[in-house]
Every structure is written in structure tokens, then in C-alpha cells.
Design a protein around this ligand. Sequence first.
Ligand code: HMG
Ligand code: MG
Length: 287
Amino acid sequence: MAERVEIFEMAPRDGLQNEKRAIALADKIALVDCLSRAGFHRIEVGSFVSPKWVPQMADSAAVFAGIARKPGISYAALTPNMKGYEAAKAAGADEVAIFASASEGFSRANLNCSISESLDRFAPIMEAAKLDNVKVRGYVSVVTDCPFDGKTPPENVAKVVASLRDMGCYEISLGDTIGQGTPESVTAMLRAVLDEAPADQLAGHFHDTSGRALDNIEASLALGLRVFDAAVGGLGGCPYAPGAAGNVATEAVNARLVALGYETGLDAGVLKEAAALARKMKGQGDV
Ligand code: HMG
Ligand code: MG
């Protein structure tokens, strides 16, 4: 039997968070409902962050309330602090994610605090989630390159991964936030990170700014990673990372994985439908 690789779908959150124009709540719900038919086990639906910082995610609770949940799918949300965690819990998020940075410059831009302060803010989330039996995923951003601090030393990534591991994150997603990683820099980063966490607790999160995301996924596969984040239609970008273009497109990752002989469990026809919906929401038409 073919080996399984999982794609964690990001379009409703990472795909739309950077969008300036208003997107109707009904369209966001329709996108998640379409994605729920594609075969994903995990879909990131929204984030409970400051609406002043990321206005597009301000209606995440309403999105959670409006979707038709399918059994077996974990509907996830980003939570930067306890206020976000409480809101995600009230909205019925099945799992939450805390998000840290491997560079001080990006931490300040994205969370308005240092890396160490961000970890302090995450600690009560971990405690509450444990009591509530809610799984917590961790992200580390700018794992190869930072728009503010330049190249990220691999050992800095490994250090933050170790902290998130010690705090109890069940999986840690490694973000090439501005899509500047190369197979070489991704491999060097992963070698350092694998000293702190096994491959089956890691995921790759590649933005496709430079068109190298699929190559970086292959480099990650070679080191044992079997979970990748992606967004249908290649939507995405981080509002606090200048130059961050879309996430790698789910349909392209799926096609590459299938061509490499992996099984993803995804329906390519539904992915195409979802990608068209996603692009329409971004005003890119049915291309
Ligand atoms: P701050 O301004 O330092 O926070 O922002 P504060 O505690 O001083 O609060 C300021 C205001 O925000 C207050 O409201 C709070 O109540 C409110 P006011 O009194 O002014 O009316 N507030 C909140 N409101 C709703 N939900 C909350 C919340 N927290 C505070 N949870 C803060 C600090 C962390 C809140 C802010 O910096 C923030 O929201 N940052 C989030 C930025 C973000 O969402 N970035 C994108 C996601 S990360 C990403 O895309 C990377 C990833 O994809 C991986 C990769 O690609 O690398 C995951
Ligand atoms: Mg991202």
C-alpha cells in the first residue's frame, strides 16, 4: 500500500487573512463546507486574533457557527493569547494553534512582543487546553529567512521547536513565511530541528513566493516529514510579513505527492472546485 502523506488545509485562515477586500461570511462558510467534502482530516478555519491587527479574521466565530461539520475532521483555529483561546473554545474549535517566530524581528511585527514573551503568553493556553482536552499545534515562522532579520540560523529554529515541544504541542509546523527557502536551507534547518523533535511530530508550511515550495516539500519528505500545510488556489500571505505570497497550492501539492507515489486521500475534483471558489473570493476569477 502507498505511504500516506497528509495535507492540512489552510485556505480559510492563511489563505484569506491577508485579503483587504471584504469577503462575505457566506462565501467563507461555503469554502469550508466545500473543503469538508475533499477528504481532509484537518482544516484551519480561522483565527481569534486582534481584529485591529487582522480585520479579515474578525468573523471567525461566525464562520465556525455556520459551517456544516463533518465527523472525523478537526476544525482548527489560531490563538495568540488566552483571549483568543477562550473565543476559539466558545466557537467550538476542535483544536487550536499557537504561533511563535524563529526571529525577534518577525515576532515583534506579528505578535508585538519578543519570542520569549510570546512563549510566556502561550503557557496558560497550554494549561487550559490540557484541562479542556483540546489539542494544541505549534507554528514556528521564518524558519529559513526573515523579512526583518535576514537569514535565520537553523539552531534558532531548533530552540523554539524545543520550547513548543516541551510545552506540549502535539505537532510543530515549520513556516517558510516569505517563501525564500531552498532545498539546501530547508534541509539544513530540518537537520537541526530533527535533533529536538522526531519527523512524525513536524509539518512543513511553505509559501510559494519563489516557486520553490514543491522542491522544499520534496526535501522535507526525504528527511521523513509526512504532513504539509497548503491552501487551495495557492491563496495566502501573512499581513505582517512583507513579501509573503500565497501558500503553496493544495492541488499542486496533491498532484506532486500522488506523482511521487504517496496516498493523500484527497479528491482532486473537489480540490479543483474549492480552488475555483477560493480564487473567486480573492477576485482572481475562475482561472
Ligand atoms: P497587542 O496590541 O500587543 O495586544 O497585540 P494587547 O494585549 O495590547 O491588546 C490590544 C487590543 O487587542 C485590545 O483591544 C485587546 O482586547 C485586543 P482594545 O482594548 O484596544 O479594544 N485583543 C484581542 N482581540 C481579539 N482577540 C484576541 C485579542 N488579543 C488582544 N485574541 C496581539 C497582540 C497578539 C493580540 C496581536 O499582535 C495580534 O492579534 N497578532 C496576530 C497577528 C496574526 O494573526 N498574524 C497572522 C497569523 S501568523 C501567520 O500567518 C504565520 C503562519 O501562517 C506560519 C507561517 O507562514 O510562518 C501561522
Ligand atoms: Mg503561513
